[in-house]
Design a protein around this ligand. Sequence first.
Ligand code: G4P
Ligand code: NA
Ligand code: NA
Length: 194
Amino acid sequence: MEVLKRKIIEEGIVLNDQVLKVDNFLNHQIDAALMLAIGQTFAKLFAEDGITKVLTIESSGIAPGVMTAMQLGVPLLFARKRKSLTLQEDLYTEKVYSFTKMEESEVTVSRKFLSPTDRILIIDDFLANGEAALGMARIVKQAGADAAGIGIVIEKSFQPGREKLLEQGYRVESLARIASLTDNQVTFVPDGAG
Ligand code: G4P
Ligand code: NA
Ligand code: NA
């Protein structure tokens, strides 16, 4: 997605060779017009997939997720993150380990918002190690629903997330794929690369 890549080049800050800061338009301040364009792009990619609900995870997935849901005419559901939780029967719960933050959290979704007839589009802001997306996919499975695919705003292709998701058979659509952040420079994966 060219407008997104341009935004990353113009406003993204390479913190180190692993982390891209995009507080200007995605993770803190939000560029609403860009989010709308992102939602339109995801909606187009998954237009023929019978999506009944978009699932994301708080907090940074919500902005692109809600725009996608609006374009598809379905609800957005966001998984909640908590440090630890006593078991609650009305929740689907999955543990998600963050390699970036070196901490485990529990992600939860109320059972009443997912059903076996749902076809879910999973959306997230970043794909790094894939743990958040895999956690959401496990929740979809717990509910007996289908995951039609995973839409990612910014994929760090030098980390293993994409491969892990593809290995498990998920369709992955990333709007910007970063090949490298070395030498303070953002390099994208060429369009059409596998
Ligand atoms: P994973 O799900 O792909 O395994 O990612 P990981 O645990 O490594 O990421 C932990 C958090 O850091 C996630 O946000 C993720 O979106 C974010 N993240 C990972 N790499 C980058 C990066 O290069 N730049 C930025 N800006 N964020 C990155 P989170 O903790 O869930 O926070 P939020 O959704 O509330 O923002
Ligand atoms: Na984030
Ligand atoms: Na996130």
